[in-house]
Design a protein around this ligand. Structure first.
Ligand code: AQP
Length: 335
């Protein structure tokens, strides 16, 4: 059975961009593959986090996985920092990756430009992401389009390890939906920017836990393009095209059907109907999220996930450490 790994940073709470680009696909893939879905809390630390908020977001991100339909009896859900093999392997990959490769990462450049102080962790983060994936001998990684470059680096590092030491890790494939299938949902306030959960402007995204009235308000105040025709044209009408993609994905209707229905009716009706569709999408997710509020419920899921994930990670790490020439502990003690 093929293996799937994907991670989500608890750097805020999930948006419909995270859902449509990645998590929706987790729920399908879990029935086709052995799946590992990880709350990558160490990645969130690459930019400043309030400790209390990080703790809350970590547990709530895991709760949202389940609320969105990831079944913890089928897929393995766990927290990155619980499995220390990730950071140990990451160091070996930092010593495998080239400075120039990391410097080319566009997400580093974008995020660094928004920070007052740029941490070394933000720079080396793609090596940790590669460690996350390669530890599980992953075949496929379902992610949004923004992660394509990091995935390419992961593949390069895997190939480099294997050519240096012989077959050690699987070279994973990216599973990235096309834009019309949710691969890159754009900000509601600036259609040239990706929708991001950590954006300072909360009007730029719809969070899965936003109350219905907040969702209606955010969608009504989403920027639009000149003219009043609802038409899919990412070049001429990037804002409306983004809203049409969201409509299409939450309703299951094609872009043509949507254009036919709303083409001449102006932006107002289209946005009102879109808001209702989004509310319909999140209502059952929010209900399931509340059901998981019983103290200890999500912690138990994460503990079970750790028990399944850690031995898999440890087996890969042991082989990699031996290949690098690190001496196993027992031999140091002469056991
Ligand atoms: N706008 C998006 N459209 C489609 N997919 C998206 N993803 C993120 N934004 C969009 C995908 O969601 C998964 C989880 O993302 P992440 O937590 O690893 O971090 P990210 O890619 O940096 O996402 P954010 O929401 O923009 O987080 P912040 O604000 O912290 O940087 C990934 O599969 C991602 O591709």
């Amino acid at each position: 059975m093929k293996r799937v790994f994907s991670g989500v940073q608890p750097s805020g709470l999930l948006t419909i961009g995270n859902y449509l680009g990645a998590i929706r696909n987790f729920t399908t893939l879990q029935h086709e593959a052995e799946c590992y879905f990880c709350v990558v809390d160490l990645h969130a630390l690459t930019v400043p986090q309030d400790p209390e908020e990080l703790r809350r977001n970590t547990l709530n991100t895991a709760r949202l996985f389940v609320a969105c339909g990831v079944d913890p009896t089928v897929a393995t859900i766990f927290v990155q920092s619980h499995v220390p093999e990730h950071t140990t392997f990451s160091w070996l990959l930092e010593c495998t990756a080239y400075y120039g490769e990391l410097r080319r990462m566009t997400q580093f450049k974008d995020k660094a430009a928004k920070q007052e102080v740029v941490t070394a962790g933000l720079f080396t983060y793609p090596a940790l992401m590669a460690a996350d994936i390669l530890l599980y001998q992953t075949d496929e990684v379902p992610v949004g389009e923004d992660q394509r470059q990091h995935l390419e680096l992961t593949r390069d590092l895997a190939t480099r390890l294997n050519s240096r030491f012989g077959p050690l890790v699987k070279v994973p494939e990216a599973y990235i939906p096309p834009r019309t299938a949710g691969g890159r949902i754009m900000s509601l306030q600036d259609p040239t920017e990706k929708m991001s959960k950590s954006s300072q402007d909360s009007r730029s995204y719809v969070a899965l836990l936003d109350p219905p009235d907040v969702i209606r308000k955010k969608i009504r105040s989403a920027v639009t393009d000149s003219g009043r025709e609802v038409r899919y044209d990412p070049e001429e009408k990037p804002a409306i095209s983004n809203l049409m993609v969201i409509y299409s994905l939450v309703s299951g209707e094609s872009l043509d059907t949507i254009a036919e229905r709303y083409g001449g009716s102006g932006y107002g009706k289209f946005k009102n109907d879109l808001a209702e569709r989004v509310v319909e999408l999140v209502t059952p997710i929010q209900r399931r999220f509340q059901e998981l509020s019983e103290p200890g419920a999500i912690e138990a899921i994460l503990e079970a996930g750790y028990s399944k994930a850690q031995p898999v990670a440890a087996a890969t790490l042991q082989a990699v450490q031996a290949a690098f020439g690190l001496v196993p502990r027992g031999q140091i003690r002469g056991e």
